[in-house]
Write a protein that binds this ligand. Structure first.
Ligand code: ADP
Length: 262
C-alpha cells in the first residue's frame, strides 16, 4: 500500500505553521514562519516544508487548513476549526490529554478532549488581548526583552509584582510604574506571567479541568506562564517542543481521516 501523505496548515493571527505527516502517525517535516494571516507567512510556511521535504503539492493525498485565516488559504483542499484541530493535535502529542490550553498570538482557548481526541467542550477568549500572546508581546517590548526570555527571567522571581489590571493598556501603565519604582525585573515578569495565568485559569475553570492538562500554541514555550498556570489550577501542566504545531498536526491528522475514513 502506498503511504498516505497529508499536510496541515495553521494560518494563525501572528504565525503560520505547516506540518507534513505520513499515514496519520508520523511527522515528516514542519515549518514555522513568524507572520500570520494577511501576510506571505502561510505561503512561505508551505514552501518551506516542500523545500525541506522534497515533496510537491501533487504528492499530498489531502491538505487541510486551520487557524484564524484558514478560509483564505488556497493551497488547502478544505478547512477545519482550530478548536477541533488543537484538541486532535494535543492528543497526538499527549495521548492521555483531557484538557488542552491553547494560548496563541491573539486568543486563548481551553478545550476538553473526549475519547478519540474529539472536542467535547471549550471556552474561548478572543475579544481582548489580556491572557494572550499579544499581552506578553507588548510587555516584552516595554521590558526590551524577547518573548523567548520572559519564561527564563520570570523564573528568577521571588516575589511576583501585583499586575492587577485585566486590560493590556492599563497593565502596560502598571508595568511602567513598577519599572519607575525600581521593582526587580524578574518580579515584574513574574507578575506578568501570573496575570496571564489568572485570566486563562478563569476560562479553564469554566470548562472544567480534566487531567492530563497540556498546553498548545506558542505560549506553551513560556515556562513562566506554564508554572504560573500550574499554581493557579493546582495541577501539573505539560508542554512539548511541538506544542506550537498542535493545530497544524491536528489538521494533518484530520486530512488523513478524510482520505481513509480512519
Ligand atoms: P497564532 O497561532 O495565534 O498565530 P501561536 O500559537 O503561534 O499564535 O503563538 C504566538 C505567540 O507565542 C506569540 O505571541 C508569543 O507570545 C508566543 N511565543 C512564540 N514563541 C515563543 C517562545 N519561544 N517563547 C515564549 N513565547 C513564545
Amino acid at each position: 500500500m502506498n503511504d498516505i501523505i497529508t499536510m496541515g496548515i495553521d494560518v494563525g493571527s501572528t504565525t503560520a505553521k505547516c506540518v507534513i505527516m505520513k499515514n496519520g502517525n508520523e511527522i515528516l517535516e514542519k515549518s514555522l514562519i513568524p507572520y500570520g494571516i494577511g501576510t506571505t507567512g502561510p505561503e512561505r510556511a508551505v514552501q518551506q516544508v516542500l523545500d525541506r521535504s522534497g515533496f510537491s503539492l501533487d504528492d499530498f493525498s489531502y491538505i487541510i487548513a486551520t487557524g484564524y485565516g484558514r478560509r483564505i488559504c488556497e493551497t488547502a483542499d478544505s478547512e477545519m476549526s482550530e478548536l477541533s484541530c488543537h484538541a486532535k493535535g494535543a492528543r497526538f502529542l499527549f495521548p492521555d490529554a483531557g484538557t488542552a490550553i491553547d494560548i496563541g498570538g491573539q486568543d486563548a482557548k481551553v478545550m476538553r478532549i473526549g475519547s478519540g481526541g474529539m472536542l467535547e467542550d471549550f471556552v474561548m477568549n478572543d475579544k481582548c488581548a489580556a491572557g494572550t500572546g499579544r499581552f506578553l508581546d507588548v510587555m516584552a517590548r516595554i521590558l526590551e526583552l524577547n518573548v523567548e526570555d520572559l519564561g527564563k527571567t520570570g523564573a528568577l522571581s521571588e516575589n511576583p509584582a501585583e499586575i492587577s489590571s485585566t486590560c493590556t493598556v492599563f497593565a502596560e501603565s502598571e508595568v511602567i510604574s513598577q519599572l519607575a519604582q525600581g521593582t526587580p525585573r524578574p518580579d515584574i515578569i513574574g507578575g506578568i506571567n501570573r496575570s496571564v495565568a489568572v485570566r486563562v485559569s478563569g476560562l479553564a475553570k469554566r470548562v472544567g479541568v480534566v487531567p492530563q492538562v497540556v498546553m498548545s500554541g506558542g505560549v506553551a514555550q513560556n515556562d513562566g506562564v506554564r508554572h504560573a498556570l500550574e499554581k493557579e489550577l493546582g495541577v501539573e501542566i505539560y508542554a512539548s517542543p511541538l506544542s506550537q504545531y498542535a493545530g497544524a498536526i491536528g489538521a494533518a491528522l484530520f486530512a488523513f481521516s478524510k482520505k481513509t475514513g480512519n
